[in-house]
Ligand binder design. Structure first.
Ligand code: ADP
Ligand code: MG
Length: 739
């Protein structure tokens, strides 16, 4: 057994001095040797000792030290997965769940979905009778609590990547703390790359009297233990640009080419922000290969973002072929969630895409300002200035847009920049090329990121907590409290959707049904309304398309061809109806990959749409709701005296009425303003209504780069808004008149 130095300081137990080598009876295959070389291996006994004796163990260790892939295996080897119990490990990101689960299955020599399985939304690769190690997103684990509030099948729950502070991770930590009081035998491990271990630990200090039902001899220590795993990381030389770069995408491409020209062998990892700019960079680099064989021959350029097919993920992790240099262009998923072997050079754009939400009340419409803003005006101005001078072309990051959540390209924090650089020092000393100035890094880059909780729309969070019986959401035990104004906003939206009643309780049946559907509440509401309108068959297809990232393949640099192809499917009503045409075409083609290729459609995404749609139709049947088609079912048509395309749009509006916008009267450049807060927005170039610019539209989501763009847009008649949500529109826009 380990010799541990217990140093009780302010109620926190620190552990130092790891025990020497472990005595587990491993064989010596190459994978097992790799496992034993990981830094975490030296701590195997210490970890097992702590987990046995402490209700909560916090493990801090550098990325790549083996926390995610090894600890669940150690727990299983030590018997935590016997007697029908399961070891769970949560991740904030779906792609990370799939990737680490396959790695662990490979290390254990089992088929994925058997002893080692994973569950992400709409994809369950587990077998309840044999799965003993289960990887899942933190969101899925919260959903599991609806059926099993105490998560009784799990013996140990490892909440991984806690430093990311995703909204679901924060919720999960609060919920687990509650469960722990009722289940003293449950063990929690919180692990992360960097963490404020002490504040986590204080949060998890259970009071002895809370551990009610435990027999005296099995009470684990109520003090959380903290273990720090020392990794060996090599030094990384940091290079900055001398002047701010005007376009980080071009700069990233040039930097990769120049590394390839000047630096010795070693793979390159590039951090950009999302599918759009990653696909663009991949294309530029691959084109360059064709233009100039000498410079880029030998470059193997691969993208890495969520939504990538299994095969493409496999390529990223496969060893680099001899004589080649791999260039992986990634979102911040490769910052700490995934480790790529062989990386020696990192190119850091300094940006990532983040959710951003500013719940500022709308002043013009009589709601007034509801108290404290998250940041002062001055700070915001300062940040705006910085972003502007720093990179004019690709940055927004100013968070000025209010009451609407959007995905924003945002400057990263120093903590992230350090993590990114660290990825270059895994196998030998490496180099990190930062596409920003040293002065910017030292003086202007924020030290830490803002937890997602503080920059998200809380609608989904509120509804889930309500469904779990937590009514006083502000009084919930949060690791850090969410902004009260965001909470109030969420309650208002849910009330206007008819999901909460006047006492802020879930309505029956709508509220409870919405909570059962694992989608954004606006989409769920749209589906439920479609059941009343008699068009649920069509609407679940639309919901399925909206829930995959994008069904189109990258149109970067090929707008004209893309526009032409889209014309085959385009519906004057907008994108949602266009998706119905695409889906029909896909089915008619016999779900052909060739057909997708010809039509600029992502085959994997289309297969996923079919799969998600199937699951939604099963879910509706389980909820006892009718599946009807407004095209086929003439009864609905006659009943409503309306054409099917109008019925469909009304069902969409029943969920998305709050996202309405009107075209500015004298606008020649397609400027719209949102009805609820008069924000300036434009139709995204990927929309079929781009350049069509109907007078009134409703959108599904916003993305922001240098402007705010609406994605997935339909044209509407404004009278439908008042019809769908009279209370909402009377308050916000009393003069809203039909055109
Ligand atoms: P941590 O969670 O501490 O960041 P991991 O357990 O994810 O570390 O990774 C440990 C090791 O396993 C790393 O060296 C990494 O390269 C390797 N590894 C993880 N996932 C994969 C994968 N899908 N394919 C190949 N190697 C992997
Ligand atoms: Mg990990």
């Amino acid at each position: 057994r380990a010799t541990l130095v217990d140093d009780e300081e302010g109620g926190v137990l620190f552990v130092s001095a790891p025990p020497s080598s472990s005595s587990s009876g491993f064989g010596h295959s190459s994978l097992e040797r790799q496992r034993q070389r990981l830094p975490v291996f030296k701590y195997r006994d210490a970890i097992l000792y702590l987990v046995e004796n402490h209700a909560t163990t916090i493990i801090v260790g550098e990325t790549g030290s083996g926390k995610t892939t090894q600890i669940p295996q150690y727990l299983k080897e030590a018997g935590w997965a016997e007697g029908g119990r399961v070891v769970a490990c949560t991740q904030p990101r779906r792609l990370a769940v799939q990737s680490v689960a396959s790695r662990v299955a490979e290390e254990m020599g089992v088929k994925i979905g058997e002893e080692v399985g994973y569950t992400i939304r709409f994809e369950d690769q587990t077998n309840p009778s044999v799965t003993v190690i289960k990887f899942l997103t933190d969101g899925v684990l919260i959903r599991e609590m609806m059926d099993d509030p105490l998560l009784t099948k799990y013996s140990v729950i490892m909440v991984d990547e806690a430093h990311e502070r995703s909204l679901s991770t924060d919720m999960l930590l609060g919920l687990l703390k509650k469960i722990q009081r009722r289940r003293p035998e449950l063990r929690i491990i919180i692990s992360s790359a960097t963490i404020e271990a002490k504040s986590m630990s204080t949060f998890f200090q259970a009071r002895k009297k809370d551990l009610l039902h435990a027999a005296e001899d099995c009470v684990p220590s109520h003090l959380p233990a903290i273990l720090s795993v020392e990794g060996k990381g090599y030094t990384v030389e940091i290079h900055y640009v001398e002047e701010p770069v005007p376009d980080y995408l071009q700069a990233a491409v040039h930097t990769v080419l120049s590394i390839n020209d000047k630096e010795p062998a070693g793979d390159i990892l590039v951090f950009l922000t999302g599918q759009d700019d990653i696909d663009a960079a991949v294309k530029l680099l691959r084109e360059d290969t064709q233009d100039d064989r000498r410079r880029t021959s030998g470059l193997l350029v691969l993208p890495l973002y969520s939504g990538l097919s299994r095969d493409d993920q496999g390529l990223v992790f496969a060893p680099t072929p001899k004589g080649k240099r791999k260039v992986v262009i990634s979102t911040n998923i490769a910052e700490t969630s995934l480790t790529l072997e062989g990386v020696v050079y990192v190119v850091d754009s300094g940006f990532s895409k983040q959710r951003f939400y500013n719940p500022m009340a709308i002043e013009e419409d009589g709601f007034g300002e509801r108290g404290g803003r998250r940041r002062g005006k001055e700070e915001e101005k300062e940040e705006k200035r910085r972003n502007h001078t720093y990179s004019q072309q690709h940055t927004m990051g100013d968070g000025e847009i209010s009451d609407i959540e959007s995905l924003v390209v945002t400057p990263i924090s120093k903590a992230s920049a350090r993590q990114r650089a660290g990825r270059a020092g895994r196998i030998r000393p490496g180099k990190c090329f930062r596409l920003y100035t040293e002065e910017y890094f030292l003086k202007e880059m924020p030290t830490e990121g803002i937890p997602e909780m503080q920059r998200s729309n809380l609608v989904s969070c509120v509804i889930q907590l309500k469904a779990l019986g937590i009514d006083n959401i502000l009084g919930f035990d949060w690791l850090a409290s969410p902004p009260p104004e965001a909470m109030v906003r969420a309650l208002e939206v849910l009330y206007s959707l008819g999901i909460l009643d006047e006492d802020a309780k879930l309505t029956s049946p709508i509220g409870y049904q919405v909570a059962e559907i694992p989608l954004d509440p606006m989409i769920s509401k749209m589906i439920l309304s479609a059941c009343n309108f008699g068009c649920s068959e069509e609407i679940i297809t639309i919901a399925a398309v909206l829930s995959v990232q994008s069904i189109w393949v990258s149109m970067w640099g090929a707008q004209k061809e893309f526009d032409e192809v889209k014309l085959h499917f385009a519906a004057a009503e907008g994108d949602h109806i266009t998706y119905l045409n695409v889906y029909k075409g896909f089915l008619n083609s016999g779900k052909s990959s060739q057909w997708c290729y010809k039509n600029y459609l992502n085959y994997q995404a289309m297969k996923k749409v079919v799969d998600v749609r199937d699951q939604l139709s099963r879910l509706l049947r389980r909820l006892g709701l009718a599946l009807k088609s407004c095209e086929k079912d003439t009864q609905a048509f006659i009943l409503l005296f309306t054409c099917p395309l109008t019925i469909l749009r009304k069902a969409i509006i029943a969920g998305f009425f709050a996202n309405s916008c009107h075209l500015e009267e004298y606008s020649h450049n397609g400027l719209y303003k949102t009805v609820r807060s008069s924000e300036e927005v434009y139709i995204h170039p990927s929309s079929v209504l781009f350049r069509v610019n109907p007078k009134w539209v409703v959108y599904h989501s916003l993305v922001s780069t240098n402007k705010h763009y609406m994605r997935n847009v339909i044209a509407i008649d404004p009278s439908w808004l008042i019809e769908a949500a009279p209370h909402f529109y009377q308050l916000r826009a009393p003069n809203l008149a039909p055109c």
